[in-house]
Design a protein around this ligand. Sequence first.
Ligand code: 3H9
Length: 702
Amino acid sequence: MAIIAQDRIQAAKQDGVLLLGLNHPPLNTLDHPLRQQLHDALQAAAEDASVQAIVLHGTQGNFSAGADIREFDQPRQAPWAGDLASLIAASGKPVVAALEGVALGGGLELALAAHARVGSASARLGLPEVKLGLLPGGGGTQRLPRLIGAAHALPLILEGRSVDGKAALALGLLDQVCDEAGLLDCAVRKARALCAGNPVSRRDTSSSSEVQAGLAALAAQRQRLAAKPHVLPAQRLLLDCLQAALEQPLKDGLKFERDAFLQCVASAEHKGLAHAFFAERQAGKSPAGQARPRPVQRAGVIGGGTMGAGIAVAMLGAGLDVVLIERDAAALQSGRERIDGIYQRQIKSGRLDAAALDRHLSRLSAATDYAALSTADLVVEAVFEDMDVKTQVFAQLDRVCKPGAILATNTSYLDINQIARSISRPQDVIGLHFFSPANIMKLLEIVVPEQVADDVVATGFALARRLGKVPVRAGVCDGFIGNRILYVYREAANHMMEDGASPYQIDQALERFGYAMGPFRTADLTGGDIGWATRKRKAPTRPPEARYVRVADRLCERGWFGQKTGRGYYLYPERGQRGKPDADVLALIDEERAARGITARAFSDEDIVRRYMAALINEAAKVLDDGIALRPADIDAALVNGYGFPRWRGGPMKYADDAGLAAVLADIESYAKEDAAFWAPAPLLQRLAREGSTFGKLNQPQ
Ligand code: 3H9
C-alpha cells in the first residue's frame, strides 16, 4: 500500500525506514487534521511490507508543543493523541522518536509510546499540562513513571517542568543525545539497531523498591498539597493517575487517566489558565505592526537601587552587556553589592552555578560618568521618582547617547510625554515599567508616549521576549494600567476597613479567593513609606469630595512601615515571620471610625471579594475606555503577572465575564448609593452590560 503523505505529515523512505515528519509549523500542535493524517500514515506503514521501522520527527526544528489547546473548547474528534500513542506502542515495527526544539505535552506522549527516543541536547522535553489545569491525557501519567520511575516522574508532571536533552538522557527519558544536524541519521541508526534485535537497556521500574519509592513520593506530595490554600483539580487527579500507574495494569491505568483528563478539561481552573495563556500571547504581540526592532546588545542601567539592580540582573541573564551608572563611587559600590546579593541568593537556591555567574559578571561594567553610555543601544533609567531628577538624567542622555539609542524610563507613574518633550529626540523615548523584583517578576509594561517611533515600541516588545517577560502595551496616565487600577481597588479595601472589616479579615477573604497575599499583608511587605510618599504627592490634587482613609498615614506617622520596621498592619516579632494581628492597629482604626462618626458594620468574606473585584473591574473598564489598555486580555495579562491576581481565574476581565457584567454593574450601582464619586460606573461596563456582551468579545479582532 502507498504511504499517505498529506500537508500535516511528510513521509520519506530511507532503506526500509519510514520517516514521518510532523509538519504543522510553527509548533506542530496536534490538531485534528494532524492526528488523522498521522493515524492514516501509521496504519498504512503497518500494512506496507517495504517498511521495517518508523522514525517520527518534526520537520521544522520542533517535534511538537502537544495538543492544540483551542480544540478543548470544541466537540472532541477521534483519533485522540492517546489513540495515536497506543497505535505507536502496539506497532509491530519499531518506532523511534527524534526529538528537537520542543517535545511537550501530547507531543512527548507520542514519543513516550515509541520504542526508543533520541534527541538533541537543546531539545525541551516536558509534560506542562498542569500549567493549563490539565494532566497528561495521552498516556503520559502511565508511560513516564514506567520509563523513569514514579519518584522521578512525579515532580516533572506535578510542576510541569521541562528538561533539556542531557537531563532527559540522565533520567532515561532519552536513549541517546545526538548532534542536532545528524538527528535524523541518528534516529535511523537506532531504528535499524532495533530491527536487528538490539533492544535499548531500560531501568527496571517495576521492582518493589521503585514502587515503594514512588508511593512514598506520592504520599509526601499529597501532604504538601493538603496544606495549600488552593489546589487545582488537576494536581490532585494526577497524583491519583500516578498511583494507578504503580498499582494497575497499563490498560486500566490509561482508562483511569483518560477519565481524569476529561474532568480537568471541564474544570473552571483549566478554562482560567488557558485564558491566561492566550491573553499573554495576545498582549505580547507588538502593536507597532511590521516595524522591525532596533538591534540591542549593549544596555545602560542608571541607578543601582533595588529596581536598577534587578533590571541589570534580568538583562545580564539574557546575554546583554550592561553598564551600571551611579552618581558616585559609594552609590556604585552599593549597586554592585545589590547585584551580588541577588546572584548569591540564586547560587544558594541552585538556580545559578559558578560558571554562569562568571559569564554574567564578565558582561557587567560600572561607571559614574555618563560618557560610558555613548555606545549603549538602550538605556533604562531607574532613579528617584521625581520629574526634575528624571528630566536632568534625560538631558544628560540626550548629550551623550549615540543617535538611535533607545532612552527608557522605569517610572511607575510620571508623565512620560513630558519627559520625552524635554529632550531633542522624543521619538526615542519609551517607558519600560519593570516590577520589583525586576529579575523575577514577569510583567513589563511598555508605556508608549505620543511621539515614540514604531521601531522603538517594537524593540520594547522584542526586549521583553528576550528577558522572558510578559510585555503589555500601556498608554500614558498616572499609574499606567496596573498601578492605576491597583490604586482604586486598594482604596476599596481601605473603605471596607474603615467601615467595619478588619485588615485581617480582608486579607483572609482575598487569600481565600486566590491571592497569595492580601492587600494589607502586601503593604507590610513592600513598606508603608512608599505609599505614604505617593499620597503626600497626590494630596494637593485630590478632589475635595473624595473619601480619604487616614489609617495608613497614622501607621506611618508612628514609624510602622511594615515588615522592615517590625510592625505595620501586622506585628512581626521576629524577622521573616508571618505577621500577627495587632490590637493596637485595631484600636487605631476604631479611633478613626469614631472621629468620622462611622459605626462599624459586618462584612461577609463574600461582600469583601465582591466590592474589591467590583472596584477593580470598574477601573479596568475606564482604563479600556481611555485607551490606556488596548484589550481586556492586556489587563488580564498585566494583573496576573504583576499584581498577584490568581492565574487560575484567568484574570479580572475573565472573572467579570464569568460573574456576568450585569451582576457586577448592579453591585457597583448599589455601592454608589453610599459614595457616588468613588463608585461612578464606567460607561464601557454600562454599555456591555446593556448589550448582554462580554469583555472577551472585545479581545477578538474586529
Ligand atoms: C496537551 O498536550 C494535552 C495532552 O496531554 C492530552 C491530549 C489528549 N495549542 O508561545 P508562542 C500558539 S495540552 C494551541 O508565542 P514560543 C500560541 O498561542 C498542551 N496553540 O511561541 C501562538 O499563537 P499565536 C501541552 C498553541 O516559541 C503560537 O502558537 N503543551 C499551543 O514563545 C506561538 O506560540 C503546552 O502546554 C498549543 N499547545 O513558545 C505547551 N502552543 O501566534 C504550550 C502554542 O496565534 N505552549 N500555541 O498567538 C508553550 O508553552 C509555548 O508556546 C512554547 C513555544 C514553549 C511551546
